[in-house]
Structure formats: C-alpha cells, structure tokens
Design a protein around this ligand. Structure first.
Ligand code: ARG
Length: 273
C-alpha cells in the first residue's frame, strides 16, 4: 500500500514539476519574444522641413501640424517609437538617399521622378498648386507667371509646376531653401509670385492678413498630386507603415486628425482606391 502511495505521490510531484516547467517555459519565451520584438524595433528617425504650415511647422520649438499628428498615429499603430527631426528639405532628401534616416514626413509628393531614387507609402493627401502674389497684381491664371519673377522652394513640385509654365532653367525662377523664405522674398519684393502647394498657399494668405497677399489656382495648368511618406529605396519599413497608415485611414483616426486641422470631413475614397 505504502508503495502505491509513494508511486502516486511521485507521479503527482512529477506532474506538478512538469506544469511548473511548462509555465516557466511559456513565461520565458514570452519575455524573450517581447525583448526580441523591441530589439527589432529601433527608434525611427523621421525627417522633415518644418516651415510648411499646416503640414509641419514649429510651435515652441516643437514640430506640429497635420503630418506630425498623422505620423504619430501611424507609428503608434505600428508600434514604433520615433524622433521627428527638422533637418531641412535638401538634407532630408540626401539623408534618405544615403539611408541615414528611416523616412521623410514632409508633405512629400509621390511622383515617378522620385520613385527612381526613393520608395513611397500609400498616398495620404491630395494636393495641387497655387500662385500667391501681392494684392492688386491682378493675376488670374498661370499665364500671368510669364515674364515675372517667381519664387519657389528648391527641389519641390512647385518648382516643376512653375517650370512647366515658363520653361526649365528660366532665370526668372528664383529657388529658395524653404517655402517660408520664398514667401519672405515675395514680401521683400524680390519676387512677384510664389508657386506652392494649394493648402500651404491658402494657409499663408489666411494667417498673414498683414502681408496683403492673395492666391489663385489654375486647374488647366496645375494637376492633382498626392503626398506620401518617403523612404530610402528598398526599405523594409514601407509594408509596415503602409499597413498602419491604411488602418489609421480606415478606422477613422485619419478623419479625426483631418477635421482638427482642416475643419472638414476628408474624402478618404480617393486615398483607398
Ligand atoms: N509637395 C511638394 C513636394 O513634394 C512640396 C513639399 C514641401 N514640404 C516641406 N515640408 N517643405 O515637392
């Protein structure tokens, strides 16, 4: 009898030990999995040029704007920590080409030219161009750009849009490091007009009543384009960011951010098709 008890106790002990081991194993592999996951997720470096309100601009030294909020939502969804750095437009482009940064969030237009050097996320914003000029100049269409001094941000689609009207390498096109400096040149009289993204043009006119400027678009000359996050060519992050961005668009977070910045409901159909 005592032999039987002993056997039962032994079996019981073995059983408990096995359970304990199993539990430990699960706990261990979870902890390891977590650590591995974190180790695989570096703090991302995201670049921008932050004088492009309302998409990215500085407020008390912090980069704020529609892009800043969207970026935060997307990387929170994807489970990444990140640093958003105001490095300037040309340096951002160079860093992404050299793979020194993980991606750019700077109202960057997706186009075939850039696709040769960089990869892009799915589109997140529809844009076109506008001409900003001093009140009273009486410009009514893109044709009025001919023969006047035009300020653009160097290396942007605003530059290409102006070139499309007055010709490439036209010395009347003055190129600045940022759109903010191009607007200053307009104020100083160094240029007669600035060609830039429509929402940025509207924002500048609205937020700077003292500048006495107005803006027009020209649907026959300027075509629609889309913003995306821009990555070094071959980046493995694109798929993850795309998945998170699509989720954020589909689950209503995008619409919430859009409403906060633009006071209207977005048309997400054009983004998801
Ligand atoms: N959308 C235009 C482009 O991609 C202008 C972007 C300028 N962005 C900025 N953050 N300054 O060329």
């Amino acid at each position: 009898v005592s032999g039987l008890y002993l056997t039962l106790i032994m079996i019981g002990l073995l059983f408990l030990a096995a359970c304990g081991t199993a539990d430990d194993a699960t706990a261990d592999s979870n902890a390891e999995g977590q650590a591995e996951e974190n180790a695989e997720k570096p703090v991302l470096r995201v670049g921008t040029e932050a004088t492009f309100a309302p998409f990215e601009f500085l407020e008390k030294g912090e980069i704020v704007g529609f892009d800043a909020d969207l970026l935060d939502a997307v990387l929170t969804e994807a489970g990444y920590e990140y640093e958003y750095e105001n490095v300037g437009w040309d340096p951002m482009m160079a860093s992404l080409q050299n793979k020194d940064m993980d991606f750019g969030a700077a109202a960057i237009t997706i186009n075939d030219d850039r696709k040769q050097t960089y990869d892009f996320s799915v589109p997140y914003f529809k844009s076109t161009h506008m001409i900003v000029f001093n009140e009273g100049a009486g410009f009514t269409s893109a044709k009025d750009l001919e023969g006047i001094k035009i300020g653009v941000q160097n290396g942007t689609t605003g530059e290409s849009a102006a070139e499309k009207v007055v010709g490439e390498k036209n010395s009347n096109i003055l190129k600045y490091d940022s759109t903010a400096v191009a607007f200053l040149a307009l104020k100083n009289g160094d240029v007669d007009a600035v060609v830039t993204d429509n929402v940025v043009a509207d924002e500048y006119v609205e937020k700077n009543p003292d500048a006495n400027v107005e803006a027009i678009t020209d649907d026959e000359t300027f075509s629609a384009e889309y913003y995306g996050f821009m990555f070094p060519k071959g980046s493995e992050l694109v798929a993850e960011v795309d998945a998170a961005l699509t989720t954020v668009i589909e689950n209503g977070t995008y619409a919430k951010i859009y409403k906060e910045w633009f006071g209207a409901e977005p048309n997400t159909d054009v983004l998801l098709e």
